[in-house]
Design a protein around this ligand. Structure first.
Ligand code: CIR
Length: 263
């Protein structure tokens, strides 16, 4: 079994308030219909890739709650409830807890600092925790202690300046290979991995998602898609223009794991 093999996922329907999701820059707001359409295609792609998907209801009070990757972490061995670094997102955790307790025997809770799931990349060998504006040292240290309880080795790495999350700039696309922006590659975080760099002007393609045999990539990133297809990946282009307007990409919209019982 590879670390990119998944049997289950949780997603959450977008709320109408998603148009007011957090974002660092200006630009156009997303439309609710646009986000809902991207979300529906994403859910269908997960199902096509062989994943059993649980869909949680929309939470109007939390515009960014569609991005379930951030308030929790899930592994075959158990789940961890996190402490998101953005104040407006802190309350999302309580709304995920019930679903995670239903599905996991072990559910741990981060008890110090802040950490967002978007900053956590896990490989077969270890879990990488990216420090960012959302994940601080205290949170990273507390998370390392919880990961050790799940039998996982972890290390702390740096997210490039002004980048929202560590995984905004990278994804593990097979056990040995990372798709990364040139700026994150330069940090040396991926020594020992094969690296495929995002083409110039397509940094946002780095937030791709490998699910079983499929590699989901933002449909607007034509050169990245060609590069990945040329390297032999089974690329599934998915639209991300709307969620991109609120700084999100493909990993953000699900929590994914391989169930030990159904494997
Ligand atoms: C936020 O700023 O929290 C959302 N607008 C975007 C979250 C994207 N999540 C992710 O990269 N894991």
């Amino acid at each position: 079994m590879a670390v990119t093999d998944f049997t289950h996922a949780i997603v959450r329907k977008p709320a109408r308030s998603v148009v007011a999701g957090l974002r660092a820059g200006g630009g156009l707001d997303p439309t609710f219909d646009g986000v809902a359409s991207e979300h529906a295609l994403y859910g269908a792609a997960l199902v096509n890739a062989g994943v059993a998907v649980t869909v949680l209801p929309a939470l109007e009070a939390f515009p960014d709650s569609i991005f379930v990757e951030d308030p929790a972490l899930v592994f075959p061995e158990g789940a961890i409830l996190l402490r998101p670094g953005a104040k407006s997102r802190a309350g999302e955790v309580a709304h995920l807890e019930g679903a995670l307790r239903d599905k996991f025997e072990t559910v741990l809770t981060l008890d110090d600092g802040h950490a967002d799931g978007g900053d956590i990349l896990w490989t077969a060998e270890r879990v990488m925790i990216g420090l960012s504006a959302r994940t601080d040292k205290k949170g990273a240290e507390a998370l390392m202690r919880l990961l050790a309880r799940l039998g996982k080795r972890a290390s702390v790495v740096e997210t490039p300046k002004d980048v929202l999350h560590f995984k905004t700039d990278c994804s593990l696309i097979d056990e040995e290979t990372v798709l990364t922006t040139p700026r994150l590659s330069r940090s040396g975080a991926f020594v020992g991995f094969r690296e495929i760099l995002t083409p110039a002007g397509e940094d946002a393609a780095a937030n791709a998602l490998r699910v079983n045999k499929a590699l989901f990539v933002g449909a607007g990133f034509r050169r990245a898609i060609d590069r990945l297809a040329g390297a032999g990946y089974d690329v599934i282009p998915l639209p991300t223009d709307e969620i991109g307007r609120i700084d999100a990409g493909l990993s953000c919209m699900s929590l994914r794991w391989r169930s030990l019982t159904s494997a």
